[in-house]
Unconditional design. Structure first.
Length: 121
């Protein structure tokens, strides 16, 4: 399962594991987001992870502090390999295993009803 590590300032980094079956995962500061990041620099519905061929795509939901890649704000970020970016002041690392990288090539997301069951940060 891909691992996402969230480094909230002044807290221990938190890891969340994702399955490749989910088509969309919402990330934000408040419910009903699938992954909740309790930090003021994260918007209530900050961004959406969308499963695409070959990986995921992170889409900014017009958040206040944005999705930043190497200091540059981006609206969409294809995640087809390991990458580091930030959501507001929260540093994020997205990491695939070697097996996942191989299986992502040429695979399509499977539609799975319901929301993923992810632990709160």
């Amino acid at each position: 399962m891909p691992k996402i590590t969230f480094a909230i300032p002044e807290q221990e980094p938190k890891k969340v594991s994702l399955t490749l079956e989910h088509e969309r995962i919402t990330i934000g500061r408040k419910k009903p987001c699938d992954i909740i990041i309790p930090h003021a620099s994260v918007s209530s519905k900050h961004c959406t992870l969308k499963r695409i061929n070959g990986g995921f795509e992170l889409i900014d939901n017009d958040s206040t502090n944005g999705v930043n890649l190497q200091g540059t704000r981006v609206n969409k970020l294809p995640i087809k390999e390991d990458v580091k970016f930030s959501l507001g002041d929260v540093a994020v690392q997205f990491k695939y295993s070697e097996t996942e990288m191989r299986s992502l090539l040429g695979t399509k997301p499977k539609k799975k009803p319901g929301k993923p069951q992810l632990p709160p940060l």
